[in-house]
Design a protein around this ligand. Sequence first.
Ligand code: HEC
Ligand code: HEC
Length: 763
Amino acid sequence: MRIRVHLSSWLAFSGVVLILAALLMLVSDTRTTEAQDATSFVGATHSSPIALNANDSLLAVVNPDVNTVSFFDVGQDRNVLLGEVAVGKEPNGVVLSPDGKFAYVANTVDGTVSVLQVDASKQPVAAVVATLTVGTEPYGIAITPNGTKIYVTNSRSNSVSVIDTATNTVAKTITNIGPAVGAEPRGIAITNNGNADDTDETVYITHFYAFANQGKLDGEDDSKTGLLTRISTQNDSVAGQIVLTNMADTGFKALGDAINHIEPGKDPRFVTGAYPNQMQAVGIKNGFAYLPNVGASPNGPTRFNVNTQALVHIIDTKTNQDTKLVINLHRAVADQPDGTIKLFLAVPWAIDFKDNEDVGYVISAASNAVVKVAVDPTTGAMTVQTNPQTKAVQTINAGRNPRGIVLNNTDTRAYVMNYISRDVTVIDVTRFPEQVIATMRSSPLPAAGTQEELVQAGKELYNTSVGEFTNSAGNMSAEGWQSCSACHPWGLSDNVVWIFGAGPRRTISQHTDFAGGSMRALNWSAIFDEQQDFELNIRGVSGGAGLLLTADGSALEDIKQISGITIGDPVRLADANSTRPQLQVRTPSGGLVNAWDAIVAYEQTIRTPISPLNGSTDPEIAEGRQIFINNNCQVCHGGPKWTSSVITGPVTDLAQISKGQIIAQLVNVGTFNPDDKNEVRANGKAPLGEDGFVPPSLLAVFMSSPYFHNGSAPSLEAVFGEPFIQHRSAGTGGIDGLTSSDDIRKLVKFLISIDASTEPVNP
Ligand code: HEC
Ligand code: HEC
C-alpha cells in the first residue's frame, strides 16, 4: 500500500523505469512519513491480520487467541504500542481506513465486524463504535483503495459481506460465492487503478480448499484444483471464476507410484505433481495476482519431500487466466549448493510487495521465515532471491508462526504478524540482506507454569516445521519441510485424501478426537490408540527426528524402536507410547514441558467450526433430525462427539487387535470398494478396509468434503446415493429408510447444521 503518486501504476511498464524510479525516490525522500493528505492507498490492497494506514504512522494487528487488536505508533520507527483493545471472539483480520481514523476487525467466532474509532493521541487509543453482523466465520477483510468499501469473506457461509464505510453498515451480502458449502471464500485482494473511484475495481477472492476435478477421486496429484472468484466493485456481484492450473512437476521425485501400483524402489525417479490447497491469501502486483498455497501431492509413497509443497500460483488479472508460471519455493531451497544450510519454506501463508520495485515477500508460516521474491513485470514470473555470495535462499527470521505481512508506503519497512509469539517483527527492507530492526510485543504471552502456557507450547509444536521456542531444528520435520498444520490447518483437515500407509485416507480434523476423559479410536482404520503414535507422522511423513526418547532418555534413533513400521503390525497398538520419555521443550517463559504432553494439551483446545446454519429456525432442520433418529444413525454417529467410537487408553490386549486394527471399533457399511482407483496403500499394495472403518464424527461434517475415508462421496447428498445403500440402511437392520429425495434433502440440512451448539442424539 502506498500513498498515491500518480505515475506509479504505469511506471513499471515504462521504458524509462530508471529515471522515473530515481525521481520517485526523491519524492519519497522529501515527503514526510506522516503526510496529512493520505486519503487513499496506491498499490493493490489485501486481507491480512496486520494493517497500516496510508501515511505509515499507525499499525494495527489482531491477537486471535485473546480477542483483542493492538495499535502501534510506527511513524519514524517509533515502534511503540499505543494500546490493546478488546474486540469480538477470535479476530483474524483487520483493515485501517486510509486516514487511520477507523479500524475494522473481522471476528471469526462471533460472525461480526467490529468498527473502531482510533485516535492515536488519546487513551484508550480506540473504541468500538459499532458491531456489524456479517456471515459465519469471517476471516478475510480488505478495504478498497479510497476506503469507501470493505469486503469480508464469510468462510463457512460461502458469502461475502460488503460494508459501506460512509454509513458503517452492511450494504450487501453476496451469496453462493463458490460452488458449494465448504467452498470457503478466504483471502482477498483488490485492484487499484489509481483513480478516486472505488466502483471500477476488481476483488479477487481465494477459496481455501481445492475442488474435485470432474469425475476424479482424490489421491492422484491432479485430482483437485484451486479456484479464485472475481467480484466487480461496480455492482458487487460475482464477475467470474478462474480455475488454477496444477503443477505438473513439483521438482521432487518419488520412489514409486502408489496409484499405479508401482512399489517403491531405491531411486527417486517418479515425477510428482501437486494441486493448490489452503489458499489463505492473495496479493496483486503489476497486474498479476499471486496466491501462496500449500500444494498437495497426495499420491504415495509418503516420503517427506513428496507430500506437501510450498507453491505460489500466478494469475494474469488482464486476461483472468492462470499464467501457468506456478513456482515451488521448496525447489529453490533444494537447489542450494551443497554445504549451505537448507530451510524449506513450509506453509506459504501470506504475501506483500514493494510498490516501486518488483520485489515481494512471502511468509512461510511453519518455518518462521520471510522469503524475498522478485517478479517480472511483463510475464508475472516469480523467482526466489538467493544471496549472491552463498547462493542460499534469502530468508529473514520472523517470530513464531508468522501469518501476515504488510509493507509500508515508502518501501522501507515490512511488518510481520507472528501468531504464536504474539509479536510483530519490524524489518528494514532497504538493506541487503534485509534486517530485523525491532520486535514489538502485541499481547502478553500466557503466564509461566499455567495450562494455557502448555497449550501455547503445543500449538507451536503443531504449527512449526522447525522446532519449538528454543528452535531445536530437525525435530518436527527434515530441514523444515512441513508441520502438522501443513495437513491440519487450525488443527482441522486439509480435506486431502492422502495415499497413506493404510490406504487412501482423507485427513481427519482433530476437534473430534476427545470427549471428556476418553478418545475416539484414531485414524479411519483404528490403527492408532494414542496421540503419541503420530510420532510416526513426524518421522515417517515429515522426516523429523521426533519427540519420543528411549527408556533411558536418549534419542530414539530408529523408528522401529517405537513400534513396527508395517501397517497391520499389532505391536504398535500394544505399545504404550504415551508413557515413554519425551523430549522436553522450552516454553516462552523459559520453563520446560514434555513435547507430546504439550501437543495433546493443544489438541484438546481445537475449536469446532461453526455451521452456516447455526441459529437457523428452518423447520426442515428439525425434520431432518427426526429422519436421522428414525434411521438409527445414532447407533454409530450418536453421543457427544457424534461417533460411537470410544477408547479409554492404550489397547494392550492383543485379542482386541486384528491386522493392526482395534477391530471392535470398525463397522463395515459397504463403503469399501477395492476397485476404486485410489484404493491402494502408499507402498502400492492392497489397502485396509474390508473390516470396515471407525464411524467418523459428524461434528461440523459440513466442512469435510469429499466424504468417506477415500473421498468417494463428493457431497453429503452423495453419502446417501445409490452405491452406498448399505451405509444408509445400516442402522435400520437392512431396511432402506431413505427412499425419498425430500427426506435426503432434509437429512442433509440437519447434517450441515451440526456443530458444537447442536444437542447430540444419544444412541
Ligand atoms: C501429509 C499430511 C499429514 C501430516 C503432515 C500430518 N497428518 Fe495427521 N492425518 C493425516 C491423515 C491423512 C490422517 C488420516 C490417516 C488415517 O486414517 O490413516 C490424519 C489423522 C490424524 C489423527 C487422527 C485423528 C482421529 O480422530 O482419528 C491425528 C491425531 C493426527 N493426524 C495428528 C497429527 C499430528 C500430531 C501431526 C504432526 C506431527 C500430523 N497429524 C501430521 C494427514 C497428515
Ligand atoms: C452401522 C454404523 C453406521 C450407521 C448406522 C450409519 N453410519 Fe454413517 N458412517 C459409518 C461409517 C463406518 C462411515 C465411514 C465409511 C467410510 O469412510 O468408508 C460413515 C460415514 C458417514 C458420513 C461421512 C462422514 C465423513 O466425514 O466422511 C456421513 C455424513 C454419515 N456417515 C452419516 C450417516 C447418517 C445420516 C446415517 C443414518 C442415515 C448413518 N451415517 C448411519 C457408520 C454408520
